[in-house]
Design a protein around this ligand. Structure first.
Ligand code: IMP
Ligand code: MG
Length: 194
């Protein structure tokens, strides 16, 4: 796919400190992940599950990089409170539409950070008795992990830094950057425009 350069996103580019992964690097890695998944899941019609919203761009690219029959579904969550958030507890505000019992499920994440949310969601999904349940994340902040979660496929390891772009937001902005970048300190403090 063709991408605009960061400079084309004038207002957003002004807030960016450093690009960590270019659109081309991400695209290449997503193709590799798709190839591995297509090989491993051949003949099993996997169901890809994502949590909105952060994952929507990665999911769109990963799904198209999978060359075998596969299905996709989404769930949406919201946090009860900062305290329950710390324990990884979340409220499902949109459940899956496709039943997963007996299905080969691949849980797709944009980012695994503490692992708390993922741990909670995996337990919820496991109770529905899928035939298998694995995790694919584009970014992994392994050093931030508070609870162990099994990751089968990973795009990139990340240092403990806040990043935006390719679906990842800062106060709902920057998701549309095709690269993944660090923000300037002053941007992180500023309120979003509008
Ligand atoms: P955790 O693994 O339960 O801590 O939650 C991971 C979630 O936190 C991700 O799905 C993102 O929504 C969010 N998150 C963590 N790190 C970042 C970041 O660097 N940029 C944007 N969102 C992030
Ligand atoms: Mg977010």
């Amino acid at each position: 796919m063709q991408h605009y350069s960061l400079a084309a996103y004038k207002e957003l580019a002004g807030g960016v400190r450093q690009v960590l992964f270019s659109a081309e690097q991400i695209e290449q890695r997503v193709l590799e992940l798709g190839a591995a998944i297509s090989q491993d899941y051949a003949g099993r019609n996997p169901l890809l599950i994502g949590v909105l919203k952060g994952v929507f761009i990665f999911m769109a690219d990963l799904y198209r990089a999978i060359t075998i029959p596969a299905e996709v579904d989404f769930m949406a969550i919201s946090n009860y409170s900062p305290e329950t958030r710390q324990r990884g507890m979340v409220r499902l505000i949109k459940d899956l539409e496709i039943p997963i019992a007996g299905r080969h499920v691949l849980f797709v994440e944009d980012m695994v950070d503490t692992g708390l949310t993922l741990h909670y969601l995996l337990r919820n999904l496991r109770a529905r008795e899928p035939a298998s349940l694995e995790v694919c994340t584009l970014f992994n902040k392994a050093r931030r992990r508070l609870i162990d979660v099994p990751i089968k496929y990973q795009g990139f390891d990340l240092p403990d830094r806040f990043v935006v772009g390719y679906g990842l937001d800062h106060r709902e902005q920057y998701r549309n950057l095709p690269c993944v970048a660090l923000l300037k300190a002053e941007t992180l403090q500023k309120q979003t425009p509008g």
